[in-house]
Design a binder for this molecule. Sequence first.
Ligand SMILES: Cc1cc2nc3c(=O)[nH]c(=O)nc-3n(C[C@H](O)[C@H](O)[C@H](O)COP(=O)(O)O)c2cc1C
Length: 190
Amino acid sequence: MALPALVSLLALSVSAMASYGQDVSVLVAYHSQSGNTEAMAEALAEGARSGGADVAVKRIGEVTQEDLEAADGVALGSPVHMGDASVEVRKALVDWAYELGFWRSRGLMNKACAVFATGGAPSNGKEFTMLSMALGMLQYGMVLVTPYGGLGASATTGIPEHEKGVGEHEIEEARKLGARLVEVARLLKE
Ligand SMILES: Cc1cc2nc3c(=O)[nH]c(=O)nc-3n(C[C@H](O)[C@H](O)[C@H](O)COP(=O)(O)O)c2cc1C
């Protein structure tokens, strides 16, 4: 191949790669007091990056209107607090509607969303916590992205065999959900 043609081909591939990396943005928003849900948030973000998205990871109280507007996909995570999502996460779901104006603007409609949770006990609220967050985001007309089976990614953090909190297989589940969130966000954006 002639040198100029090779150079243009390379330039084209580099620009295609650059635009692939920027075509979908994901926001991972979470609440965490002792780091377990944060570990899941980081794993989910890693999975989303591996799917080619630009990813922002934010604590729930730091999420701005601009963060939500810029995101094509939003992953929301919470620890289980008394069998449900934490008050901080529930409050954010309401604040996005009124303080940030998304109820009136319908600005979250058709964005992809996913949920993740950590809970101390094997069966004491993780599914309900994820359902609670999912219902909150479905109110905005968002499209829920699930793993194959189950509502979201979760981890049991308080039993002896999980001394470090979140186990590697649970981290992997979060990574996979992050990648799938990007896949569906990209389809919805097309
Ligand atoms: C106020 C409070 C209430 C909790 N309630 C539950 C509960 O109902 N069910 C459960 O499985 N774990 C419960 N836990 C344990 C946390 O969900 C668990 O430790 C979680 O992994 C903490 O996540 P974090 O490190 O991100 O804060 C509770 C913890 C706190 C602080």
